[in-house]
Design a protein around this ligand. Structure first.
Ligand code: NAP
Length: 258
């Protein structure tokens, strides 16, 4: 039984990227509360360590692997260390991402395009590929969730590449779902609206009230709001859901005149 007393992922092993802050930090703790052993991934070791220590202190199991998700060598190391320590992979939450150096396309540098696509799109593709090889070998099925965005179908001026990177994730899962569904492996996205994380806070406090007012629920989201949906998609409760991009936005994007 997990420390929460509610353990939908008992004996499972979950890899969470971007697990040192924001949505990934909350998700790593939530996977652990549900009974999963958790592998926390990100580039900076210190925030991963402190989150892993918090998990272990409350009775969970966690290890950290400092890695850049855009490097195939690093991603292979994440999988190898996971298998070495826990022997299997059941869930992957491809959550690491950057907002990057966006802006009007005419002012953007090619390097910013490459960085955004490498981290936000190629990163999840690399870890999905590596984890699927292990899941298929193990034959025990599995669940993968990526963090997309409301901006995969929406847009604000300045998000040409960010939006494209997230739309790429929405497209990717449809094909992968068809490739591995018959092996009991599901893949879905969570598409957050505006969420209170360091990524949002980088824009300043003043942006928050008008964004909160736009959402049907009258507030911006918490990292836990998104973590709950991502972890749920990995549980058996979501066993008939695959290839879907789930908006978790408090009604921020409800369309039509208002
Ligand atoms: P955050 O706190 O900035 O989290 C992003 C995490 O990704 C950081 O922990 C970062 O750690 C990690 N990361 C970035 N690049 C990486 C790389 N190359 N390799 C490994 N880890 C990397 O912001 P967040 O809002 O929680 O973001 C999580 C996800 O939600 C992102 O994919 C973001 O695009 C998406 N999202 C956020 C919002 C929002 O309103 N906050 C809305 C829609 C979608 P290191 O820097 O240590 O690597």
């Amino acid at each position: 039984m997990s420390n929460s007393g509610y353990s939908r992922l008992e004996d499972k092993v979950a890899i969470v990227t971007g697990a040192g802050s924001g949505i990934g930090e909350a998700a790593a703790r939530t996977f652990a509360k549900e009974g999963a052993s958790v592998v926390l991934v990100g580039r900076r070791e210190a925030p991963l360590r402190s989150n892993a220590e918090a998990i272990v202190k409350t009775g969970g199991e966690a290890i950290t692997v400092a890695a850049d998700v855009s490097s195939s060598g690093d991603v292979d190391r994440v999988v190898a260390e996971t298998l070495h320590r826990f022997g299997r992979i059941d869930c992957v939450f491809n959550n690491a991402g950057i907002q990057g150096n966006g802006g009007p396309i005419v002012e953007m540098k090619e390097a910013s395009f490459d960085e955004l696509i490498a981290i936000n799109l190629k990163g999840p593709w690399l870890l999905t590929r590596a984890a699927l090889r292990s899941m298929l070998d193990g034959g025990q099925g599995g669940a993968i969730v990526n963090t997309s965005s409301f901006l995969s179908t929406g847009a604000t001026a300045g998000t040409s590449v960010y939006s494209a990177s997230k739309a790429g994730l929405d497209a990717m899962i449809r094909a992968v779902a068809l490739e591995v569904g018959d092996k009991g492996i599901r893949i879905n996205n969570v598409n957050p609206g505006v969420i209170d994380t360091p990524m949002l806070r980088a824009h300043g406090e003043e942006v928050i009230p008008p964004l909160a007012a736009r959402a049907a629920l009258g507030r911006i989201g918490t990292p836990q709001d998104v973590a709950n949906a991502a972890v749920w998609l990995c549980t058996d409760e979501a066993r008939f859901i695959t290839g879907q991009s789930l908006l978790v936005d408090g009604g921020f994007t409800i369309p039509g005149p208002r």
